[in-house]
Design a protein around this ligand. Structure first.
Ligand code: BES
Ligand code: ZN
Ligand code: ZN
Length: 499
């Protein structure tokens, strides 16, 4: 399906036309149509309150005397509360509706959807994101006759704008948004694949293949190389599985100077290890590599957009399984940094593999380190699926990431990192232990990571509550959300704009 832009004055053969209407502005909505017949028809309907500007309202009517064509009126709610997230949701609703009504082409009157706090470019991008995120499917493992949804009919959506100047920025932003959302969907697919398919070796292969396609540098460290580097924490988690670990390194050299290093947790399956998880919901731990998938998606987008940033992506990846050779509770491992860790709970494995990657990041003398991980159940208990937990040591970095979070709908909320929380991970027998106490689990995990960051500016994002969904909502289906990709690309683009 194509999404393109056009000048509003150019007549299109589109079968369906969509306009947006704010609460209380129903009466004027006929004006949005050029065709006099439709204009009058909509004005008549408005007089009799047949459609509403209430947020989420969606009205459809065939054009009188032309059953092949239709008009759609989307309620946008309170004009003062309008934002890009609402347009994302509208994009997904529009896509579903048009397919449901078997339309092949549609035209969106963008002028009716933007202007109130949302620019043309941002509005177009949000629509594209909503549409493309909704369009995503993961049904490769179903036989043809078992695929539930009928094939989609929609072939083209035209975003129509009134003025020529806006058209340029709209068409540019459509292209950029498509690349970004496509990269988020790449991350979703990596996340959605079951753990028997998306093994550490396969994840590394996918990263390598993607890197080749988009022109990124890529290095994959195998078990022998990981051992030679003495990444004892990553090896300690990996030792319970026959599947060998990998350490994925991606590089986008879009500018000279110190890089920003992105680190993603790549546990392809987290059974908990010897500290085995309960069976209920354990299948969901195939998503425990979504942080890693996001890093791969971000690097892909950066390369395709030719972002003027120097970026490194690091994804330590392995499985966390019990076996006859796993890490036992009480075992002590020596990390890449040289610090020793007492593993008191083998289910707190994410921080272990991340500790080696964070310490490895020092070799780049980074401008900043940003990590993403489905790290703690406690984060889900705190925030549910509304935002990610954010921690770090650099207020400006955190502030900018939080801003990008609001802009993309991938929200972040900061948690405190007081020294007292760090006291909770002191060990009697090693430099530190891999669990805190019963409480503040998200923060003690963050404090653990902090030890391996050193003095570099750093932001940790605990994406446990938002990396996947169990039921659909707006533009996300059940399954991986690709969270982190749109957020980070936005953050990086904002940086480039400023400098
Ligand atoms: N991958 C899990 C965290 C998780 C749980 C993410 C639920 C999403 C949903 C992580 O490896 C883990 O098991 N953490 C433990 C830490 C505990 C043992 C200190 C947890 O949160 O229970
Ligand atoms: Zn775990
Ligand atoms: Zn885990």
């Amino acid at each position: 399906m194509k999404i393109v832009s056009a000048l509003r004055s150019v007549r299109s053969k589109s079968e369906a036309t969509l306009i947006g209407v704010f609460s209380g502005e129903e009466k004027n909505s006929g004006k949005a149509f050029e065709d006099n017949k439709i204009k009058n028809f909509i004005s008549e309907l408005a007089k009799t309150h047949r459609f509403s500007g209430k947020e989420g309202a969606f009205f459809f009517s065939p054009v009188p005397g032309d059953a092949k064509r239709g008009v759609l009126i989307a309620g946008l709610g309170d004009k003062k509360k309008f934002n890009a997230e609402k347009l994302r949701r509208l994009g997904s609703a529009l896509f579903a509706k048009l397919n449901g009504l078997s339309f092949e082409s549609a035209r969106v009157e963008l002028d009716t959807l933007v202007g109130s706090g949302v620019s043309y470019a941002d509005g177009a991008a949000a629509l594209v994101e909503g549409i493309r995120l909704k369009e995503y499917r993961f049904d490769f493992h179903k036989s043809k006759d078992k695929k539930e949804e009928k094939p989609e009919t929609l072939k083209e959506i035209v975003l129509a704008v009134r003025d020529k100047k806006a058209l340029d920025s709209v068409s540019k932003e459509i292209a950029v948004a498509q690349t970004i959302v496509e990269s988020a969907n790449v991350a979703r697919r990596l996340g959605d694949e079951p753990a028997n398919v998306m093994t550490p070796r396969r994840l590394a292969e996918e990263a390598r293949k993607m890197a080749r396609e988009v022109g990124l540098k890529c290095q994959i460290l195998d078990e022998k190389q990981i051992r030679a580097l003495k990444m004892g924490a990553l090896l300690g988690v990996a030792q319970g599985s026959k599947e060998p670990p990998r350490f994925i390194i991606l590089e986008h050299h879009g500018a000279s100077g110190k890089p920003i290093v992105l680190v993603g947790k790549g546990i392809t399956f987290d059974s908990g290890g010897i500290s085995l998880k309960p069976p209920q919901g354990m299948d969901l731990m195939r998503y425990d590599m979504c942080g890693g998938a996001a890093v791969i998606g971000i690097l892909r987008a950066a390369a395709k957009l030719k972002l003027k940033q120097h970026l490194i992506g690091l994804v330590p990846t392995c499985e966390n399984l019990p076996s006859e050779t796993p890490t036992r509770p009480g075992d002590i491992h020596t990390t890449y940094l040289g610090k020793t860790v007492e593993v008191l709970n083998t289910d707190a494995e994410g921080r272990l593999i991340l500790s080696d990657a964070l310490a490895y990041a020092h070799k780049y003398k980074p401008r900043a380190i940003i990590d993403m991980a489905t790290l703690t159940g406690a984060c889900v208990a705190t925030f549910g699926d509304q935002c990610m937990g954010m921690m770090g040591n650099d207020p400006a970095l955190l502030k900018n990431i939080q801003k990008a979070g609001y802009e993309t709908g991938e929200r972040c909320w900061e948690l405190p990192m007081w020294q007292e929380y760090g006291d909770m991970i002191k060990s009697d027998f090693a430099d530190l232990k891999n669990i805190g106490g019963k409480y503040a689990g998200t923060i003690t995990a963050g404090k653990f990571l902090e030890v391996f960051v050193g003095d570099y500016p750093w932001c940790h994002l605990d994406i446990a509550g938002v990396a996947w969904r169990e039921s659909p909502a707006y533009y996300t289906k059940a399954g991986a959300t690709g969270v982190g990709v749109r957020l980070m690309v936005r953050y990086l683009r904002n940086l480039t704009k400023r400098s």
